[in-house]
Ligand binder design. Sequence first.
Ligand SMILES: [Zn+2]
Length: 453
Amino acid sequence: MQLSNFHQQLFDNYSRYYESRVKYRRFKHQDLVVLLDKFKKNNILSNSITGKSYQKRDIYLLKAGTGKTKILLWSQMHGDEATATMALLDIFNFLTANDELNTFREKILSETTVYFVPMLNPDGAEPFERRTAQCIDMNRDALQLQTPEAKLLKQLQHDLKPDFGFNLHDQNTHYTAGATRNPATITFLAPPIDAQNTINDVRKRAIQLIVQLNQHIQTFIPNQVGRWSDEYEPRAFGENMQKWGTSTILVESGGYPNDPEKQFIRKLNFIVLLDAFYQIATQSYQNEKLEPYTSIPPNEKRLFDLLIKNVKVKDSVVDIGIIHNETTVGSSFYYSGQIYDWGDLSVFYGYEELDGQKLQVKEGKLYPQKLSVIDDVARLPIAELLQQGYLAVQIDQITPEQRTTHTLPIHIISAKEDFNSKIGEGKEANFFLTENGKIRYAVVNGFLHKVEP
Ligand SMILES: [Zn+2]
C-alpha cells in the first residue's frame, strides 16, 4: 500500500464509514446521543460527558489514541452549522474499524491523542440557530465567558493543552474562492494572534498543515478552496486558542452545486480531518513553506443561487440576483426565494444562470379562487394557469413542511398571506419572463421553471 495517498484512499472507501443514520443537517442532540452510545464501551474510542449546555444538555468528549501529540476538535459551536458534526460521526466509524487502512489508523492512534467535542452548542442545534440558548454568539465569548459552552471549551484547552485545534464551522454558500464563479466549498484559516498578523511558531504550524491539507483536498475540488479573512477578532475562539498555544485551524464548510444537505462537503471534512491527523502523526507538514498559504484565494461573495442576466424591465436592462433563504421548521425547512440584488451584476455568478437577452420581466397574478388543501393545487391545470399569468395560489390549510416538499411550479401561500407581486431589490422572487409577449419562464419562490407553450 502506498502511504502517501491516504486522502485518495479515504475518498475511495468513504462509503464504508458513512454514518447513514444522519443524512440531514437538522438532526438534534438526541439523535447524536443515540449514535454516540455505541462508542461507550469501545476500547479505541472512549466517550464521556464533559459538561452541560445552558439548557442542561450533555456535551460529550470522545477520545482516541495514546500518542504524545494532542489534537482537540470541536464542531457546531454555531447551532446551525452541522456539516462537520456529521463528518465526525464518520470519523468515529473510521477510527474504530479494522480493515486494510489499519496502517494509517494505527499510525494516527499511536502518535496522537485526539479529543472530539461534537455539537458544542446543542441548545442552538435544537432550533437550528447560530447562537446559544442565552442568545450569545459563543464565538464572541472567548474572553467574557458568559456561556457555559464557552467556559467548557476554554477549560478543555487549559486542561488538555492540545498541540493542535480544529474549529469546525459552516459558512454562507454564496462565498467563492477569490473573484471567481467557484464556490468556496472548503475554506481554511490559521487565525491571527494580533492585529499585525504576526506569525509565531504556534501559528506557523497551523499554516504549514493547511498548506498540505489544501494541496490534498484540491484533488477533489480543484480551485474550490478559499482562505478566510485574517482580520484579527480578539473575542473569537480561533484567535484565542492560537494565543493560548494550540496551533489552530478553522475549517469552514461552504457550498457545492446540488448538495443542499452538504453530504459531499461532509465527505470532504472527513478527508481533511483524518488527513490532518495523519500529517500530524508523521510530522510531514513540517517541511512545508508558508508562501502557498497566502496563495489560497481569499473568500469573496460572488455567487447567487439564481442569476438572470440582461432582462428588460420597463426602460432598463438589468441582471437579477436571487438567493434561497432557509426557514427552519422542526427537523425540516423551506426556502424563501428573494431578489437580493438588481442592476449591473456582471461581476457575479450563479449556481444556476439564465441569459435573458430577449426576455422581459412581468408581474404575476394571484389565482382568484382560494383552495382548501395542497392536493387541490395538483389538480389544477398549472401549465395553463401560468400561461394566463397566474403565479400564486392561496390555500386554507398549508403546513410549513408542505411548503418545503411541494415541487409544483406555482407559488403556494396560505389564505392568510398576501401575494406581493412587486418586483425589485429585496422583494420575493416571484415573476414571469416573457418573449414577444409570451410567457417563457416562471420564477417561483426563487426557482426557475420553463413554461411550455
Ligand atoms: Zn460558525
